[in-house]
Design a protein around this ligand. Structure first.
Ligand code: ZN
Length: 507
């Protein structure tokens, strides 16, 4: 340690000599997994502020004015060379350069470290926050020594504990939250990101390291003011299936090796049992297989097409007069589309369910979003009236709930997770149109104009997404037209061609 104070600028400053524009680009391109430790976050009940930390020697300092602006409103400022006075509400705060004593209203606080003023910026040690903010804000303060975040007022941060257990083909991460959370997931740079919402998070440990062949570590980061857990796999090409359970208090996340391709699933296999749900051999029912690449595929990852066979398990969906169930019919279609897509060698394919199980909407959307789907297709069969066979493609539109679409949301920078379809509405409609054009080419099949409907399965998919419904499957009809291998083959080929056309490929 040097005897005289050293100002360590955050490393971002080091980029400035290269020019402001270049610096801006470098910041934007900075890998998301780089954890910076030069910010301090002030969490309030309905807002937060990101404030740059300064190190003087090895002591953490914060600029006083941004801290005060984070928790209230700064009034008049009187600044001299060696002293600084600022009004905060009714209270005057007075600092003196290199002195440990500060005045807050009528009280004098003796801090362990002196006030600093490098480059004209008045810096207070972190201790100032815990000592002065309760008096200044008249709010409870929660601060854990050593951390770079403080909670002011009735914030009630969520905390969590972590464990990792080995499983047959991978590892299961269990995260127990102290409160119910919603979870928003993403993948970037080979890592998985979990965003617990909507409350701030106080981790018990900033990072967990695992001696495990599948999972390397779990880190907490909120340096940009957004709490997130970052899971680093120990190897490439693993799949990640997070599921929230226990009313949002427990996250179960399976990290698994993708199942090997079974010979019977290789393109060209034409047999399709009439009543099974197209389970992938070698997988546990309930766990969907990961994005599956064409056999022998090398090179950069191919775009992921997510195929969602609706319903499953006890939730059979619609039923034909002859007893054919929607859940089985759509699984047959999905199995055929999957084979057709893999045969193009241009896509990876992810199924949201394997076998006769019924994942929740959330499990299905998380699987799709974690895989960064390029296209999401949900398959249904139902009563489409007397004309059969018939096919309709739907994109999402919200149901007309009063107040559900308040005008203010239009300007929000962050689209709420429950409205993520908004980001893709135009592309979803284009996808519906592309599919409809291909369906319309099938002789003997009625292809309706694309429609919109509040289909829950599409609401939170972070990709162009549509539902394809074939019909009629109803108690008044036999399903022969829909179980017919020729019909299913034509529909599947049209789906593949529609995706190709949508993605700009040759149809
Ligand atoms: Zn359905």
């Amino acid at each position: 340690m040097s005897p005289s104070p050293t100002i360590l600028h955050p490393r971002r400053r080091l980029l400035l000599p290269a020019g402001a524009i270049l610096a801006g680009m470098l910041i934007l391109l900075w890998p998301a997994h780089t954890l910076r430790s030069d910010n301090f976050i002030v969490y309030m009940p309905s807002s937060h502020a990101v404030i740059q930390l300064n190190l003087v020697g090895d002591v953490k300092y914060l600029p006083l004015v941004p801290v005060l602006n984070a928790v209230g409103k700064v009034g008049a400022i009187h600044e001299k060379r060696d002293s600084f006075r600022v009004w905060f509400g009714e209270t005057q705060i007075e600092l003196r350069r290199d002195e440990r004593q500060v005045r807050v209203g009528d009280s004098r606080l003796l801090l362990a470290q002196p006030v600093r003023n490098p480059g004209g910026q008045w810096l207070v040690p972190l201790e100032f926050l815990t000592r002065a903010l309760p008096q200044l804000t008249r709010q409870p303060i929660v601060y854990q020594v050593g951390t770079n975040r403080i909670f002011v007022g009735d914030v009630g941060p969520v905390t969590f504990s972590v464990r990792l257990d080995p499983t047959a083909n991978g590892a299961r991460l269990t995260i127990q939250f102290s409160e119910k959370v919603d979870l928003h997931t993403a993948a970037s740079n080979g890592k998985w990101y979990l965003y617990p919402e909507p409350r701030p998070v106080q981790p018990l440990e900033p990072e967990y390291h695992f001696e495990n062949p599948y999972v390397s570590d779990l880190q907490f980061d909120d340096q940009d003011g957004i709490p997130k857990l970052i899971l680093t796999p120990a190897a490439g090409a693993l799949n990640f299936y997070p599921t929230l359970t226990d009313g949002g208090r427990v996250l179960l996340a399976d990290v698994v090796k993708p199942p090997p391709l079974a010979p019977s699933q290789v393109p060209g296999g034409e047999q399709q049992p009439a009543t099974t749900a197209g389970a992938m051999p070698g997988t546990t029912p309930g766990a969907p297989p990961g994005p599956e690449a064409p056999p022998g595929a090398t090179g950069p990852p191919l775009p992921v097409i997510v195929l969602d066979a609706a319903h499953g398990g006890a939730e059979a969906g619609a039923r034909g007069r002859d007893g054919v169930l929607e859940k089985d019919l759509v699984a047959q279609l999905v199995a055929r589309v999957r084979v057709g897509l893999l045969a193009t060698r241009k896509y990876r394919v992810l199924l949201t369910r394997a076998g006769d199980v019924d994942p929740t909407f959330e499990q299905r959307e998380v699987a799709a979003n974690v895989a960064r789907a390029a296209v999401f297709l949900s398959f249904h069969a139902g009563n489409l009236g007397v004309t059969t066979p018939r096919v309709v493609v739907f994109s999402y539109r919200p149901s007309a709930e009063p107040g559900a679409e308040a005008g203010g949301k239009e300007t929000a920078l962050l689209v709420p997770w429950t409205e993520i379809y908004r980001l893709h509405q135009d592309r979803s409609q284009a996808l519906a149109a592309a599919l409809q054009q291909k369906f319309a080419l099938i002789a003997g099949v009625t292809a309706d104009k694309p429609a919109t409907a509040p289909i829950r399965a599409l609401r939170s998919i972070d990709a162009p997404s549509v539902a394809i419904e074939v019909g009629s499957l109803s108690p008044d009809e036999d399903s022969g037209a829909l179980t017919d291998a020729n019909f299913q083959g034509q529909i599947s080929s049209a789906v593949v061609a529609g995706i190709e056309a949508f993605r700009g490929g040759v149809s």
